[in-house]
Design a protein around this ligand. Structure first.
Ligand code: NAD
Length: 292
């Protein structure tokens, strides 16, 4: 049984990126520049954005953080997006979600110039991904592909069950793994809240990707012997022994399934650290004009 060490993998990928940036610098090339727009003071968003900015520093990218108050109007945010679209020094940018309720997230996503959409959320990127054309892959699925590749996990011909159909994780993951690609060629089942007999589905899975948002939801009785488990979920469970009163767990009952699986990602330290690496990889591609 192998525990997939997302933290170490992310460190390795960042070190590789830092070498690439050094050689760009040495050759007098353009330093990749990522901008992040953070609205309001949501603690989780704060920490995600801080992590993204810190990662830029670690790999040698330039970064710009634009903070705005929760009360910003939709029009004012659209103006910021427009400025970033036009700024030649910014290679890519993200608008951290979720946005305040009075702002239409879809409208903002659609306003981002696809060639700077390093989150891969614009329908232009999503459509290109679905057709197997060059595109910025959404960060979490891209990180999972990296994990599967670097741990030499065979995907071709395997049956993969993705649980959860969000636009940022489950749905793109199901498309990517069914694509004809080095990490792909799976037979994919996309399960969700209306799936009738989830256990019957997961018991047939060689690879389970859980992106549900429910603590310890996937239990040992749902898992086939030798399965690969990728746990995307990040859930808080009360824990009086912790200073902050809670700990983070995934969607999979990690301890319970451990003796059955061939590979598994822990939470924390699995998929999470890979997500920011994907953003860095997309930003480097953006600065080199590799996608558009
Ligand atoms: P979401 O919250 O938008 O949707 C949850 C999905 O789970 C839905 O598609 C729903 O159909 C499915 N679902 C709910 N109940 C179910 C049930 N009983 N049986 C089967 N399916 C069920 O999903 P999301 O935004 O993809 O997030 C999922 C989890 O992944 C969350 O815990 C989130 O915090 C985490 N997440 C982690 C990362 C990371 O980098 N590690 C990135 C994104 C999301």
């Amino acid at each position: 049984m192998t525990i997939i060490d997302g933290k170490q993998l992310a460190k390795d990928i960042k070190a590789e990126l830092a070498i690439k940036v050094s050689s760009i610098k040495a050759a007098g090339g353009k330093i990749p520049h990522l901008a992040a727009v953070l609205i309001g003071d949501n603690a989780a968003s704060e920490s995600y954005v801080r992590n993204k900015v810190r990662s830029c520093e670690q790999v040698g990218f330039n970064s710009t953080l634009i903070r705005q108050d929760e009360s910003i109007s939709e029009d004012a945010l659209l103006e910021i997006v427009d400025d970033l679209n036009r700024d030649d020094d910014i290679d890519g940018f993200i608008v951290q979600l979720p946005l305040p309720k009075h702002i239409n997230e879809q409208k903002i996503t659609l306003a981002i110039e696809p060639k700077k959409d390093v989150d891969g959320f614009h329908p232009m990127n999503f459509g290109r991904m679905a057709q197997g054309l060059p595109s910025y892959l959404p960060a979490t699925p891209y990180g999972i592909l990296q994990m599967l590749e670097r741990y030499n996990i065979e995907t071709s011909g395997k049956h993969c069950v993705v649980i959860g159909r969000s636009n940022i994780v489950g749905t793109p993951m199901s498309i990517l793994l069914s694509r004809k690609a080095k990490i792909g060629n799976c037979t994919v089942t996309l399960a969700h809240s209306r799936t009738k007999d989830l256990k019957a589905e997961t018991l047939r899975a060689d690879i389970i990707i859980a992106a549900i948002g429910r603590a310890n939801f996937v239990t040992a009785d749902m898992v086939k012997e030798g399965a690969v488990i990728i746990d995307v979920g990040i859930n808080r469970v009360e824990d009086a022994t912790k200073k902050r009163g809670y700990r983070l767990v995934g969607d999979v009952d990690f301890e319970g399934v451990l003796s059955k699986v061939s590979h598994i990602t822990p939470v924390p330290g699995g998929v999470g650290p890979m997500t920011v690496c994907s953003l860095m990889m997309n930003t480097l591609k953006a600065s080199k004009g590799e996608i558009f």
